[in-house]
Design a protein around this ligand. Structure first.
Ligand SMILES: NC(=O)c1ccc[n+]([C@@H]2O[C@H](COP(=O)([O-])OP(=O)(O)OC[C@H]3O[C@@H](n4cnc5c(N)ncnc54)[C@H](O)[C@@H]3O)[C@@H](O)[C@H]2O)c1
Length: 247
């Protein structure tokens, strides 16, 4: 029960890494809001694990403000723990061929959302002089693969935003960290690969020294540590959960 008595919001918790993180947080005693643009997905996971589903588009200021209202109703205010996990990618393609609409969508969901969530919750965390924020970045922000340029760059933003937030919020007792997952067994994987074939999987796996994809459980274990009081001296890190891919 490493999160006993804590409250948390996990965005994009209707699927993949976010669902795994929310599940683990509930198992460890936290009360968790699962925020997702897909309400049916969030509700299904929430019903299974015992959380609270809230429909939210993290790229939209009004929708994030409504999420803050939902947190107020459920928890009395900002959560102790905020996991900015929701993310999307464009399909693989040469950088000059990615559409403006895809670029805008990726940057809005992956980058602007970090600002919108900070705008909604950081002030209250500062006033309370406690809180843990975790941003899900990617190995893509450290060691970019070709043809995912604007996704890679969006995750570079997440890593720098994490460090900027950490240094500014540290005097207020609020910690901010990031996780850099390598390609993982989630519905998003097919979008990164372009085509989900044994050959493409083998190509991705060949770049991961530990020889397997990451899993929601891998991310949940790392998220649990960084968001718990065990990491009370850890802020501003972007920790790889990547089987050695970035070595
Ligand atoms: N799976 C991988 O290979 C991998 C690798 C590195 C980093 N990541 C990152 O991990 C995070 C989670 O990815 P995943 O693989 O679990 O993806 P996923 O597609 O399985 O789940 C993402 C969830 O986010 C939700 N979502 C999408 N846009 C949203 C929005 N605007 N507002 C709220 N919710 C929204 C989706 O409905 C979905 O439930 C993302 O930030 C992704 O970039 C994934």
């Amino acid at each position: 029960m490493r999160l006993q008595g804590k409250t948390a919001i996990v965005t994009g918790a209707g699927s993949g890494f976010g669902a795994g993180i929310a599940r683990r947080f509930v198992q460890e005693g936290a009360r968790v809001i699962l925020a997702d643009i897909n309400p049916a997905a969030a509700e299904a996971v929430a019903a299974e694990i015992g959380g609270i589903a809230v429909a939210c588009n993290v790229a939209d200021g009004a929708s994030v403000a409504a999420l803050a209202e939902a947190a107020k109703a459920a928890f009395g205010g900002a959560p102790d723990i905020l996991v900015n996990n929701a993310g999307v990618t464009h399909l693989p393609g040469f950088m000059e061929e990615i559409s403006e609409a895809d670029f805008d969508r990726v940057l809005a969901v992956n980058a602007k959302s970090i600002y919108l969530m900070a705008r909604a919750f950081a002030g209250e965390m500062k006033a309370r002089r406690s809180g843990a924020i975790l941003n899900i970045a990617s190995t893509a922000g450290v060691s970019p693969r070709p043809k995912l340029s604007w996704y890679n760059a969006s995750k570079g933003f997440v890593i720098t935003a994490t460090r900027a937030m950490a240094v500014e919020l540290a005097p207020f007792g609020v910690r901010v960290n990031a996780l850099n997952p390598v390609a993982g067994e989630t519905p998003l994987l097919a979008s990164f690969m372009g085509e989900d074939t044994p050959e493409m999987r083998a190509k991705f796996l060949s770049t991961i020294p530990l020889g397997r994809f990451s899993t929601p459980e891998d991310l949940a274990n790392a998220a649990l540590y960084l968001c718990s009081d065990e990491a009370s001296m850890v802020t501003g890190v972007a920790m790889e959960v990547d089987g050695g891919r970035c070595i």
